[in-house]
Design a binder for this molecule. Structure first.
Ligand code: AMP
Ligand code: MG
Length: 324
């Protein structure tokens, strides 16, 4: 298991930055989920991240930076990108933009594409780390490819051995689902590649309607129906009744009765609370040894679009095409 250290200690952040600059992998908290950080300019460091996750090399990583100015060194911003960055950065929004040429971004990280995904996270530990590294840091979710994303340091430590040098423990992630990914690389068609922590309505108010991911786009986009975010136990969606050998993932004030074990995403029916609890509860129910996890319906508005997206992909039975 990797070393886990308390991130509130400033020397921990300095040590983590040194490890990253040295080509190592450090897990750190963001407001969405924990990320597996490595130097975005180093083919070798990035190669280690793909290997540690078991992630297909065709699935590019997000470059994390301290501010918009650091992003503009390697990514081309147009007027809409500026508006989104101005409103939502720092925060859980990832922009896919044209990659400037030449750039220091590893071709391994960007999967050889002419675009790059970039984000400025808001979590104080992530900000301190990026400030100390002073270079872009690739940081995919700190889980093995296809598995449930981690929202605590303990989740991360349980997934990896010493291929991860260090885990910075910053407590539970507040948002709990991944960043929203918006592709602005085609000015005629701005696409929502992955619903996430910033909801569609908030984005559309600022830049107009968002298109679906292109079926034949350069990346099998994260919004596509690939198995992902999956516990080992089977998942049954939109449950209106539950069996005695099933575990229940409930939502709202009237949980179904009769399950072997049950957890409620939000008794109050609050979607923010449900998102923050989703992955932790999926992990807990996965350990209950129930035949199946039955999930009650979750409304589709606001953060519900991201929650339903993750649940749908967690429920896909065929594990061949994962893309974490
Ligand atoms: P994760 O690293 O697990 O948070 O996932 C990041 C997501 O961003 C992946 O699913 C990628 O497919 C997506 N992504 C990263 N770079 C690009 C890009 N240049 N074009 C489209 N999608 C991208
Ligand atoms: Mg992931």
């Amino acid at each position: 298991m990797p070393d886990v250290i308390d991130a509130s200690d400033r020397s921990a952040v300095v040590r983590a930055a040194e490890l990253i600059l040295d080509g190592g992998i450090v897990a750190f908290p963001t407001e969405t989920v924990y990320g597996l950080g490595a130097l975005a300019s180093s083919d070798r460091a990035i190669g280690r991240v793909y290997a540690a996750k078991g992630r297909p090399s065709s699935n590019p990583l997000i470059a994390h930076v301290a501010d918009r100015a650091s992003a503009a060194i390697f990514a081309e911003f147009d007027e809409r990108a500026d508006r989104l960055a101005e409103k939502f950065w720092p925060g859980p929004l990832t922009l896919v933009l044209p990659l400037k040429v030449p750039s220091a971004i590893s071709m391994v990280m960007s999967a050889g594409l002419s675009t790059v995904a970039v984000r400025v996270p808001a979590h104080p530990v992530a900000r301190a780390l990026l400030g100390a590294v002073e270079l872009p840091v690739a940081a995919p979710s700190a889980n093995r490819s296809g598995h449930v994303s981690p929202t605590t340091a303990a989740h991360v430590a349980g997934e990896f051995g010493n291929e991860v040098s260090l885990v910075l423990d910053g407590g539970s992630c507040e948002v709990g689902v991944e960043s929203t990914v918006v592709d602005l690389s085609d000015p005629d068609r701005v696409r929502l590649l992955r619903p996430g922590a910033i909801d569609r309505q908030a984005l559309e108010r600022l830049i107009g309607p968002l298109c679906a991911p292109a079926a034949d786009g350069p990346v099998r986009a994260p919004g596509m129906m690939l198995r992902h975010y999956s516990p080992d136990t089977a998942i049954r969606l939109d449950a209106t009744s539950v069996d005695a050998d099933e575990a229940l993932l409930a939502f709202g004030p009237k949980p179904l009765e009769g399950a072997a074990t049950a957890l409620n995403l939000s008794e109050a029916g609050n979607l923010d609370e449900a998102a923050s609890r989703l992955y932790g509860m999926m992990r807990q129910l996965d350990q209950s040894r129930a035949r199946c996890i039955a999930v009650m319906p979750v409304p589709a508005h606001g953060l519900g679009e991201a929650i339903n997206d993750r649940l749908r992909r967690a429920a896909i039975a065929d594990g061949k095409a994962s893309a974490a």
